[in-house]
Design a protein around this ligand. Structure first.
Ligand SMILES: Nc1ncnc2c1ncn2[C@@H]1O[C@H](COP(=O)(O)OP(=O)(O)OP(=O)(O)O)[C@@H](O)[C@H]1O
Ligand SMILES: [Mg+2]
Ligand SMILES: [Zn+2]
Length: 263
């Protein structure tokens, strides 16, 4: 067919029929023609003119390839800039076990958060140690990166240490890090309250929250709301609670589940 198309100017062509192609919805003229030169000279072939199916197929393939490339880039950037524990890197929504009603409810809230991500809401996971707050946060970033959103996961204590380090070392600079923090569609700020509380840490947190006004952020903490307010200062707390749904996750420590099988 490709070959035949090149001989569009052949005088010996005749129209067989004109129809609308089901694939591309274009009006297509089907012609019979004689190949004028080359090894197939004199042969009669049938060709469809006006059909855009091949072009559409190519365009679709190009789109898919560029989306895959985008997903890969998002994942690479996430791995490069995130400050996250090894054990959490494997966390997914699929391997999260809803072992009690509370966790089941938390997972449902997470699913609806992902579904309505474009509404630019924030989440605050609060509760005791090892209940899956960070696990669910990582899971959300994975699902959203599949959809093409740029995400970043930062443990706040690690971030503050990193910022201090980059003041006098090479590598990622504070300015670069802050730029990524400001840019991403979703930032997870993990373990708020585990960092040392100083005027400096509170002002860094303020800078981050202020830069991200209008964008989605997920917070996790062991602190209850009163403690959190005291820890981050009222000014930061008020920013953190704007458009924020709270998910309380209390219960037994998943990290220690193997040790509590005393019957
Ligand atoms: N329901 C669960 N199903 C599967 N794995 C879980 C579950 N809950 C926690 N885990 C795993 O247990 C470990 C601890 O969970 P995670 O880090 O999410 O707890 P956390 O609530 O963030 O605790 P902390 O308050 O100490 O930060 C992680 O490796 C996580 O993948
Ligand atoms: Mg955690
Ligand atoms: Zn077609």
């Amino acid at each position: 067919m490709e070959f035949a198309k090149k001989y569009i100017a052949s005088p010996e062509q005749k129209t067989i029929k004109i129809f609308t192609c089901e694939g591309c919805k274009q009006s297509v003229e089907q012609k019979e023609l004689t190949i004028p030169i080359g090894p197939m000279k004199g042969e009669r072939v049938i060709a469809n003119y006006g059909c855009k199916c091949e072009d559409l197929e190519l365009a679709e393939q190009a789109l898919q390839a560029s989306f895959l490339q985008k997903q890969r880039k998002l994942k690479l950037n996430f791995d490069y800039y995130s400050l996250i524990n090894e054990s959490l890197k494997r966390a997914t929504l699929e391997n999260f076990e809803s072992i009690n009603a509370g966790l089941h409810e938390a997972k449902q809230k997470v699913l609806s958060y992902i579904d309505s991500f474009d509404k630019k809401q924030n989440l605050l996971f609060t509760g005791s140690y090892g209940t899956g707050k960070s696990h669910l946060s990582v899971s959300i970033t994975k699902k959203l990166m599949e959809q093409g959103y740029e995400c970043l996961f930062l443990s706040l204590p690690k971030l503050l240490t990193k910022i201090k380090q980059t003041y006098n070392k090479e590598g990622i600079t504070e300015a670069e890090l802050l730029q990524v923090i400001q840019r991403v569609d979703l930032l997870v700020l993990d373990d708020i309250g585990a960092e040392q509380r100083t005027a400096w840490s509170n002002s860094k947190l303020f800078e981050i929250l202020d830069d991200r006004a209008g964008k989605s952020t997920i917070y996790t903490t062991n602190l209850n709301s009163r403690e959190l307010k005291n820890h981050v200062s009222e000014r930061n707390f008020s920013r953190m609670m704007e458009r924020t749904n709270v998910i309380v996750m209390n219960g037994s420590d998943y990290r220690r589940r193997e040790f509590k099988s005393d019957k």
